[in-house]
Write a protein that binds this ligand. Structure first.
Ligand SMILES: Nc1ncnc2c1ncn2[C@@H]1O[C@H](COP(=O)(O)OP(=O)(O)OP(=O)(O)O)[C@@H](O)[C@H]1O
Ligand SMILES: [Mg+2]
Length: 305
């Protein structure tokens, strides 16, 4: 559905995309992960022809939209009729209501007036904005704006959804509802490509995750294997509390005491079992044990050099 080859986008000589290769296949829910400034939005904007890359190739569906330093405008327009796009920053008309906003977008897609009303009602119900349908968008919260942007992205019943940080600004309920909508799209045979810098947001719903760092795809695969690899590289941090003081001498782990009978242990692997055995062998007992997963930022700092 999306095939990007050796894409280069430089801003005044700075290569925000540095030979990016990426493929999203039909039916996938693809999570595009990366820290701030990695090049996620630049990738998405390039794919949609909203900014101009310098080198590489981009194919959407079976259409070549970018090659040899230029866009094929005809193919780009054809492809975009089948795409729903949600931008990172809300570009909404403050003085319109959700219904009016969606009417304008429907018209842009040439959706017949006879279908328009029904489709808008269904969509606003789906994103939980039906009650606010006649309020001015300028008064909306960030989460409400995100919901409207999602409805806008879905208006043309797209085969491919491209969403830039769709969950930012949503509360936990909003996130759950969003994930449900994405699952429904998948069930309907659609393909979803969305960016995020939060690992937890791509868990559960993505079947494939790609990680972009400094304009290159550094990892791709199933979320479980990515996590395993990440966690392995970044190291595990285990916080353990014991009933008696424990002497960790000779254990080989890096241990620091962070309180009365409370220790922070870092290791390259998940050593919970060995840790338990060690503490028992010292005649003590574990009162509590927590594994702290590193944040994406910590992972990147630890893995990307
Ligand atoms: N218009 C621009 N002019 C100059 N540099 C830019 C421009 N847009 C982006 N950049 C730079 O390109 C790099 C990639 O930016 P991009 O917005 O694609 O990152 P991102 O992965 O979407 O980050 P975030 O998670 O913050 O949204 C950054 O270093 C950014 O500063
Ligand atoms: Mg971005």
């Amino acid at each position: 559905m999306i095939r990007i080859e050796n894409l280069v986008k430089a801003y005044n000589g700075f290569r925000a995309l540095d030979g990016l290769n990426l493929e999203v296949r039909a039916g996938q829910i693809y999570g595009f992960l990366g820290p701030n400034g990695a090049g996620k939005s630049t990738t998405i904007l390039s794919t949609l022809g909203l900014i101009f890359p310098q080198e590489g190739r981009i194919r959407l569906f079976d259409l070549e939209v970018f090659n040899g330093g230029r866009f094929d405008e005809k193919n780009l327009v054809r492809a975009k009729f089948r795409i729903g796009y949600m931008p990172e920053q809300a570009a909404l008309w403050d003085f319109l209501t959700p219904v009016q906003t969606l009417e304008i977008i429907s018209d842009a897609f040439g959706i017949p007036k006879s279908e328009r009303e029904k489709r808008i009602r269904e969509l606003l119900q789906r994103v939980n904005l039906w009650e606010e349908r006649n309020r001015k968008v300028g008064k909306f919260s960030k989460g409400m704006e995100q919901r409207l942007l999602l409805a806008q992205a879905l208006i043309n019943d797209p085969d491919l959804l491209i969403l830039d940080e769709p969950m930012s600004g949503l509360d936990p309920l909003g996130i759950a509802e969003f994930k449900e909508i994405i699952r429904e799209e998948k069930k309907a045979g659609k393909t979803v490509f969305f960016s995020s810098h939060i690992l937890a947001h791509v868990e559960e719903i993505c079947d494939t995750v790609g990680v972009i760092v400094k304009g290159r795809l550094v990892m791709e695969g199933k979320i479980e294997s990515i996590k395993r690899e990440f966690l392995g590289k970044a190291g595990y941090t285990i916080i353990v509390e014991t009933n008696l003081p424990v002497d960790f001498g000779g254990s080989g782990w890096k241990v620091s005491s962070i309180g009365d009978r409370k220790y922070r242990i870092t290791a390259a692997e998940d050593i919970r079992e060995e840790l338990n055995d060690f503490i028992v062998s010292k005649g003590a007992k574990i009162l509590s044990m927590k594994v702290k997963e590193p944040s994406l930022e910590e992972i990147f700092l630890n893995t990307v050099e």
